[in-house]
Design a protein around this ligand. Structure first.
Ligand SMILES: [Zn+2]
Ligand SMILES: [Zn+2]
Length: 228
């Protein structure tokens, strides 16, 4: 369901900032809008209905919001529409005001669950480096996926192992990180090959060994521009 614009950690711009999008007819859902995202998402915005663009922000680290202001203003000034912005804490509006993005340029929504482009998209709280960090659960009639964004532990691990979540996209770290899930611990937490085949690692630092992860039975999220 997800197409990845970037799969990199904050300090790994070679992979692009971690971000994904979903295209549904003329509607466009964007998950996070880090510093590298605008350049990659611009053609998708150009192809979308200017009033059917939905941006979900998981937290306000710059690798997740760095080009949010530019993206909102692009939809407003160039596409002559208003993007819908989703984040559970209205304080994000203050951040955007500091960036000189007028509140008239987008439509803000702080609900935890939203019906968007035929999908149900819900925020859930995660443990990361600061308050107000969220992952997303995205459901359609056939499947439920989870996008962890950034987290130090897998909040919905049991739901995943019990099959209530069909596919998990999880941030991992090659080292003993306190803000992302250390890959070493994932090997213990998800021992079953059938479960590993439903899990995609993402938000990768430059030392992360993708080939080893595949050998271990996991998937590695693939950046769209690398797949072409
Ligand atoms: Zn991040
Ligand atoms: Zn973060």
């Amino acid at each position: 369901m997800l197409n990845f614009l970037g799969i990199g950690g904050a300090f790994n711009p070679e992979y692009g900032n971690n971000s994904a999008y979903i295209k549904r007819d003329k509607g466009l859902i964007i998950i996070d809008c880090g510093s590298t995202v605008f350049g990659d998402i611009k053609p998708k915005i150009d192809a979308a209905d200017s009033n059917d663009i939905h941006i979900f922000i998981t937290h306000t680290h710059t690798d997740h919001v760095g080009s949010l202001g530019t993206t909102l203003d692009y939809v407003y000034y160039v596409k002559k529409g208003k993007a819908n912005l989703y984040f559970p804490d209205p304080k994000i509006i203050d951040m955007l005001i500091m960036m000189k993005i007028s509140t008239n340029h987008y439509i803000f929504n702080s609900e935890l669950t939203n019906e968007v482009c035929g999908l149900t998209v819900s925020f859930y709280e995660t443990k990361h480096l600061l308050d107000n960090c969220y992952g997303l659960i995205i459901k359609d009639n056939h499947q439920t996926i989870c996008y962890s964004s950034d987290c130090s532990e897998i909040t919905l691990l049991q739901d995943f192992l019990q099959g209530k979540i069909n596919t998990l996209y999880l941030d991992v770290s090659s080292n003993e990180s306190k803000v992302h899930v250390p890959y070493k611990s994932l090997l213990t937490l998800v021992p079953n090959p059938a479960d590993r085949s439903r899990l995609y690692v993402m938000h990768l630092d430059k030392y992360f060994d993708k080939k080893q992860a595949i050998k271990d039975g996991f998937n590695v999220a693939e950046r769209e521009c690398d797949a072409l």
